[in-house]
Design a binder for this molecule. Structure first.
Ligand code: PEP
Ligand code: MN
Length: 344
């Protein structure tokens, strides 16, 4: 399923021109546009409000495309239902607010409208699952999850970290709930769309929501991540769909062999880590005897820097090395705390 359309409905002309081109491209299943925009900073464009719903209704009538918009409270839901909006989505900031989600769910009781639930801003799987469950319990007939990435204090190339394992865990917790990817908000820049979208294809997502604008650079919100309807068509054409499996015996054999090789490395990794932790514990005992604090920030930084230098030479990204060594360091500290406790 392809949902496409501008971040924000800005003017009737912009909405209609974008929808016309998308409809002509023939690849868009649902037209999206936000009319109430949650903005992190004050004094940003906060959406045109209810008049934008009339433009969406016009898109539906003229181009026979179902239309979708974001709702954050009951007033929004009621207005959207009055205009016959087909699909509502709950934005990332709203998903974090359980009161708002419950109110929206209650307002949708007995209504035949599909709802998409974007992941909460923070990497909190339970909060995301809970929001989907509130809607299901209220009897919303069709609920899907949208992965739009998670914000992080650390600076990363992407606007929001994908943390792919969280949406995959969501589908395990909620089998049957379709999972869509929003690579526009994950990447924050249009140049990242191909790699993110291909990843979503490889991970068997059920669809994508991609911000599309007739003149992206002039967009009133999220200009850097929007693409033209023509660029969307080109982007979708680049996606490679890989088969589930293959009956080619040579392929199956080779795959088995390579996987066995991976398993060996994984075993070695565990062994090496166990040996490393033994050394950490020995250090912990020494620290205890000499009355030295466990956490030595300069040592942590030195270790990370060495790992980053070696990692860069071996072709690893800074993010990967940082995360890996943060975990290893944390485990070392835990072991040392444990050893200190034992020796009391
Ligand atoms: C949007 O889809 O334009 C939007 C505001 O998304 P999110 O809630 O994911 O930030
Ligand atoms: Mn947006």
């Amino acid at each position: 399923m392809v949902l496409a359309g501008p971040c924000s409905a800005e003017t009737e002309a912009q909405v209609m021109a974008t929808a016309r081109e998308l409809a002509a491209g023939g690849l868009t299943d649902v037209f999206r546009a936000g009319v109430w925009k949650p903005r992190t900073q004050p004094d940003c464009f906060e959406g045109v409000g209810e008049k934008g719903l009339a433009w969406l209704a016009q898109v539906r009538d003229e181009f026979h495309l179902p239309v979708a918009t974001e709702v954050a409270n009951v007033r929004h839901v009621e207005a959207a239902l009055r205009y016959g909006i087909d699909i509502l989505w709950i934005g990332a900031r709203t998903t974090t607010n359980t009161f708002a989600v419950q109110e929206i769910a209650d307002a949708l009781r007995g209504v035949d409208t599909a709802v998409l639930v974007k992941n909460p801003v923070a990497p909190d799987l339970a909060l995301w699952v809970g929001a989907v469950e509130r809607l299901l319990k209220a009897g919303v007939p069709a609920v899907a999850a949208v992965h739009r990435g998670f914000s992080s204090y650390q600076k990363t190339p992407y606007r929001n970290q994908p943390l792919w394992q969280i949406p995959l865990s969501l589908t395990q917790r909620l089998p049957g709930i379709p999972l869509l990817c929003d690579p526009s908000h994950i990447g924050g820049k249009r140049e990242y769309l191909p790699e993110l979208l291909q990843r979503a294809v490889d991970l068997r997502y059920d669809g994508w929501m991609i911000e599309t604008h007739i003149r992206p650079n002039e967009a009133w919100s999220d200009a850097a991540q929007q693409i033209t309807p023509q660029a969307l068509t080109a982007l979708l054409a680049t996606l490679v769909r890989r088969a589930d499996t293959s009956s080619d015996v040579g392929f199956i054999d080779r795959l088995r062999q390579l996987r066995a090789e991976l398993d060996c490395f994984d075993e070695q990794l565990i062994d090496m880590l166990a040996q490393r932790m033994k050394v950490s514990e020995a250090i912990g005992r020494q620290k205890k005897r000499s009355g030295v604090a466990i956490l030595q920030p300069h040592r942590r930084n030195e270790m990370l820097q060495q790992a980053l230098d070696k990692g860069a030479a071996a072709g690893f990204t800074v993010g990967f090395i940082e995360e890996l060594f943060e975990l290893i360091h944390q485990e070392s500290i835990n072991r040392q705390i444990h050893v200190m406790g034992d020796e009391k």
